[in-house]
Design a protein around this ligand. Structure first.
Ligand code: IPM
Ligand code: MN
Length: 384
């Protein structure tokens, strides 16, 4: 008999445990309803609490333990809150968030996918009515670039101190992330055809395509990796004549994300530039409370992918039951769809969860509700 699909649940810090609890309730509901072959184990690490007790955010063999799972569902890491407790156990960001980067690197989760679609009911921050059509997928290179953490501090603490922070861009990682972007553009176009909501994008030579990939760089100043990305993009795009291509410098992209975000489809960006753009994209699609994220290794089936909302630990509202679990639930839905590549019943449950969360959002637009109340409403919808 095939082995069941196993999820490592790591609630983390702050609002993490609160929103993860709602995701687990939804998973339980779906498992019971469809008899899904799904199991999960909850880990008390990585977290501030674990660090306080053990002097480290997670055990030395943490990655080896997590590797036995098919996916990791992570709440949030960072300041655990509450903010009004000046004596709370606090760690520097670079320590509390290190496990996140360790997992991304250790499991070679080289894609970070952050969809930004303004769904009915989500808060529309832009006044322009065309903002209703925002539907982009930002794909962030997640394995190298500005996040390689190489460098150091020379003559530390002296007036002559020098800090170096290296950036590394390999052709291999460049090619694979760009190709992934084109594949996703094709998939999205095919899904839109099925759903009867086709979009059109113009190519430079005047043709129209049903999808687009926009490459982001800062090649006017950071020319070495910028030129390499541009060359790779031009070459790979020839394999996808059905997908329109576009390029933006990252500063202009920030402007256009606000000015005309509905003109973007798939966006491919470097690790840091993608990080910055996806906070902006999250707001365009309703805010951090609804923005999902996933860190994927599409190439090595032995490596678990990790699913975490774009938001952080929100220490200002932690422990009060106020956090919106919507982003976490959309993230869990994407996780099920990902895991469903091996088990179609799990993929169908992912779609069902997405639809239930979207319907709840549409019906309760703008209503103030607590974490548990939202989770209960969605579980109830799933039970029907
Ligand atoms: C994110 C976060 C992380 C990142 C931090 C916490 C290291 O901002 O997932 O977007 O920069 O990748
Ligand atoms: Mn970020």
């Amino acid at each position: 008999m095939a082995q069941s699909t196993r999820i490592a649940v790591t609630p983390g810090d702050g609002i993490g445990p609160e929103v993860v609890a709602e995701a687990v309730r939804c998973l339980e509901t779906l498992r019971a309803k469809h008899g899904l072959d799904l199991e999960w184990t909850r880990f008390p690490w990585p977290s501030h609490a674990w660090h306080e007790e053990h002097g480290e955010s997670m055990p030395a063999d943490a990655l080896a333990q997590l590797q036995k799972y098919d996916a990791i569902l992570l709440g949030a890491l960072g300041d655990p809150g509450p903010m009004d407790d000046p004596d709370r156990y606090l760690l520097p960001d670079s320590i509390s968030l290190a496990p996140l980067l360790d997992m991304r690197k250790g499991f070679d989760q080289w894609v970070c996918e952050r969809p930004a679609r303004l769904l009915p009911g989500a808060r529309q921050y832009l006044a322009d009515e065309r903002a209703k059509d925002i539907d982009m997928l930002v794909i962030r290179e997640n394995s190298e670039g500005e996040y390689v953490s190489q460098g150091g501090r020379l003559r530390k603490g002296t007036p002559d101190e020098v800090a170096t922070q290296m950036e590394i861009f390999t052709r291999k990682a460049t090619d694979r992330i760009i190709r992934y972007g084109f594949e996703q553009a094709r998939n999205r176009a095919a899904d839109r055809v099925k759903e009867g909501r086709t979009r059109t994008f113009r190519t430079l030579d005047g043709r129209t395509c049903e999808s687009q990939v926009c490459l982001i760089t800062k090649r006017n100043a950071l020319r070495y990796w910028g030129d390499m990305y541009t060359e790779a993009f031009d070459e790979i795009s020839k394999e996808y004549p059905d997908v329109a291509t576009h390029h933006e410098l990252v500063d202009a992209a920030c402007m256009k994300f606000v000015q005309s975000p509905w003109a973007f489809d798939v966006v491919v960006a470097s690790n840091l530039q993608g990080d910055i753009l996806t906070d902006l994209a999250a707001v365009l699609s309703g805010g951090m409370g609804v923005a999902p994220s996933c860190n994927l290794n599409p190439t090595d089936p032995d490596m678990p992918s990790m699913f975490e909302p774009t938001h952080g630990s929100a220490p200002d509202i932690a422990g009060q039951g106020l956090a919106d679990p919507t982003a976490m639930l959309f993230t869990a839905a994407r996780m099920l769809e990902w895991l469903g590549r091996k088990d179609p019943a799990i993929a169908a449950a992912g779609k069902e969860l997405f639809d239930a969360v979207a319907a709840d959002l549409a019906e309760n637009s703008g209503r103030r509700r607590g974490t548990h109340e939202i989770g209960s409403a969605i579980c109830e919808r799933l039970s029907q």
